[in-house]
Design a protein around this ligand. Structure first.
Ligand code: CTP
Length: 416
């Protein structure tokens, strides 16, 4: 028998006292009712790796909803429950904890969401994606801190391997293909040999997954520190081409992602910007196909359309003598991430400088005089006011006027 490993010290050191106290209280309540409570999944992996992760996932051999209500009596937070799945989410102050009833899952067909039935912790761990995510820690007082590692997760962590638990794993849930390469690239691990073989075999299974779920996986990739690593690997394994054959995870993309991060630092780039760069080299039709398959939100879809439409305008902006008003009219109305994507993607330094000028300055330029001012100066209300304001805007953009006084002089000149 292998020796028991106790992680109570790591829990104490790595997690905030509030969460440690919460888990201990939860363990005591569960035990007092003859139930077993465990900490499971990604947080166990990250505790062993010494990485910060405060996403508490608890599994109870018993009744998660009932336990969540009892804990909420103490915390007085907010509780959301899903009786069909026997799960609950508890939120208080800045904390959030997921509680799940230990369960087994069966899949009616590949890609379908699973049917679940209460079961033991061992079955609950077996339904999970990778061995490194299928470990648990006991929280009942008699087992507090004990690592439960039925499938060799700790060994795989030490050998830096991402390994599925059974041969049908990717068939049950092909989103694990995306998840696997994401963990591999985040942790600098390797997909284990047989796992890669099965991953490649099961790539067609990606077609069984809804666009919404694939979009979620892509979003997860974009939340990684360096999404280009996952996308490069996804191309290499044939995962990205399965999403769309024209998508590339190459060094061009890596370079643009890096520049995007430098530009938006210290905040990471918005997803729309990353996506606009990923889809930058698609045709209109290819782009539309992806937008509808992934069911992208209206603003993101608009960003991608804008981004591609803008590419043809880059030639106009490549002129060093272009007037500022012309830059304004060329770029006005396009979404900012689409403009940034084009600035990053353009080969022309002149065009890039002009997009930057628009974003930093020209898009904010406005005349100082208002319609009211113009009426006071004797212009009759109606289309003439609008026209005059547009001419003033133009004069402002091109630096012909730079103060309210200048503008009044100009208008007086026009009025004769
Ligand atoms: N899980 C799974 N199969 C999936 C999704 C999730 O088996 N398709 C399991 C894994 O055990 C995972 C846990 O559910 O650890 C929680 O899922 P999630 O929050 O997505 O994973 P984390 O490991 O917490 O991932 P991350 O570090 O990226 O937040």
């Amino acid at each position: 028998m292998s020796e028991t490993i106790n992680l109570a010290d790591k829990i104490e050191k790595q997690l905030p006292a509030e969460l440690v106290n919460f888990m201990q209280t939860a363990g005591k309540i569960a035990a007092s009712q003859g139930q077993n409570l465990y900490l499971v999944g990604g947080i166990v992996r990250d505790l062993l790796l010494g990485k910060s992760n405060f996403d508490l996932d608890l599994v109870v051999e018993g009744d998660a909803i009932d336990l969540a209500h009892q804990l909420n009596n103490i915390k007085q937070g907010k509780i959301t429950t899903h009786p069909r799945f026997k799960t609950a989410k508890l939120k208080w102050d800045k904390w959030s904890v997921d509680l799940t009833t230990a369960r087994a899952e069966t899949y009616a067909r590949p890609g379908a969401l699973p049917s679940v039935k209460p079961d033991s912790l061992t079955s609950d761990l077996f339904r999970r994606d990778f061995t490194i995510n299928a470990m648990a820690i006991g929280l009942n007082p008699t087992r507090y801190g004990e690592l439960i590692d039925r499938y060799g997760g700790k060994n795989d962590l030490e050998r830096k391997l991402i390994r599925i638990l059974h041969d049908k794993s990717f068939i049950d849930d092909a989103t694990r293909i995306w998840r696997g390469l994401r963990y591999e690239q985040r942790l600098n691990f390797q997909l284990e040999r047989n796992t890669i073989k099965l991953l490649k075999r099961d790539i067609p299974m990606l077609d069984t997954i809804s666009g919404d779920r694939i979009r979620y996986e892509l979003e997860c990739i974009f939340h990684e520190e360096r999404p280009e690593k996952g996308l490069r690997r996804a191309e290499e394994l044939g995962v990205l081409p399965r999403l769309h054959p024209a998508l590339k995870g190459d060094s061009w993309l890596a370079e643009k992602f890096e520049s995007a991060r430098q530009l938006t630092s210290p905040t990471p780039p918005p997803i729309g910007l990353y996506l606009a760069l990923l889809t930058y080299r698609l045709s209109d039709a290819e782009n539309e196909h992806l937008i509808s398959y992934l069911r992208l939100s209206k603003p993101i879809a608009q960003t991608l359309r804008d981004s591609i439409n803008l590419t043809v305008k880059l030639k106009l902006l490549d002129d060093p003598n272009i007037m500022s008003s012309n830059i304004y009219h060329t770029l006005h109305g396009y979404s900012p991430p689409a403009l940034i994507a084009n600035s990053l993607a353009s080969e022309s330094t002149v065009a890039r400088r002009h997009i930057q000028l628009f974003l930093d300055k020209l898009c904010y330029v406005k005349p100082s005089l208002t319609g009211n001012d113009l009426q006071k100066m004797g212009i009759i209300p109606g289309p003439q006011i609008k026209e005059t304001l547009e001419q003033l805007h133009e004069a402002r953009l091109d630096g012909k006027v730079s103060s309210k006084k200048d503008e009044m002089k100009l208008v007086k000149g026009w009025l004769g």
